[in-house]
Ligand binder design. Structure first.
Ligand code: SIN
Ligand code: FE2
Length: 218
């Protein structure tokens, strides 16, 4: 991907569904600071392929920052204030993460979003995320803010039921998807990432998913 082509993309706000908006090319010149902050988090809480209840491993490598983090293990999914790999609290959420997440939510119509967790997903070519709902948060009033960095992806935007046909929405470096309200629990996922190279991230896609989960940490 050519950096100049990236910078040439004009920001735009694209309605996707009731309560769901794509802020295309939203990051502009803030991309490098966000990536550096993500890499700093990953240097103290490395991305890992978390175990699943069924005995497998999640294809996407994950980590977190914030007061809690999303974890998967043989017991299932939950939020936990402690990183199970290190036994320490997750790294604090960087200020540039917080301000970007608040701003994106505001533009999308959610003016009082206060994320307390950011899940960092690192995709390599061939990695995918099956259709799922974000259900583990303590409250469902807050939206999800989802930032794409690096290699492009096809985001699968489904409906209320797993069997509903999913739209394929291309997500590029610098795009931010926000959804909430009546589509907060819509199924969504990420199609298998195609091989490629991005000037900032190399052969890799990072996704930052901001959520508010309140006091539900285990
Ligand atoms: C997720 O649903 O947790 C991640 C979405 C994405 O990577 O774009
Ligand atoms: Fe999700």
């Amino acid at each position: 991907m050519d950096l100049f082509a990236e910078l040439a993309r004009e920001p735009s706000v694209v309605p996707i569904d009731d309560g769901a908006v794509l802020l295309a090319a939203h990051l502009q010149h803030r991309d490098r600071a966000l990536l550096d902050a993500a890499l700093a988090v990953l240097s103290s809480a490395p991305a890992r392929h978390m175990p699943t209840r069924s005995g497998g491993r999640i294809s996407v490598a994950m980590s977190n920052c914030g007061t809690v983090g999303w974890v998967s293990d043989r017991q299932g999914y939950r939020y936990d204030a402690i990183d199970p790999d290190s036994g320490r609290p997750w790294p604090a959420m960087p200020d540039c993460f917080l301000s970007l997440a608040r701003e994106a939510a505001q533009i999308a119509g959610y003016p009082s979003f206060e994320p307390d967790v950011c899940l960092i997903n690192r995709y390599e070519p061939g990695n995918r995320l099956g259709l799922h709902q974000d259900l583990d948060e303590g409250e469902l009033e807050s939206p999800i803010v989802s930032v794409s960095l690096g290699l492009g992806a096809l985001f699968l935007w489904g409906g209320k039921l797993r069997r509903d046909t999913a739209r394929r929405i291309p997500l590029a470096h610098g795009d931010v998807m926000v959804w909430g309200g009546s589509t907060r629990l819509n199924f969504h996922g990420v199609h298998s990432i195609a091989a490629g190279h991005h000037a900032l991230t190399g052969a890799c896609r990072y996704n930052l998913t901001f959520r508010h989960c309140g006091t539900r940490a285990a």
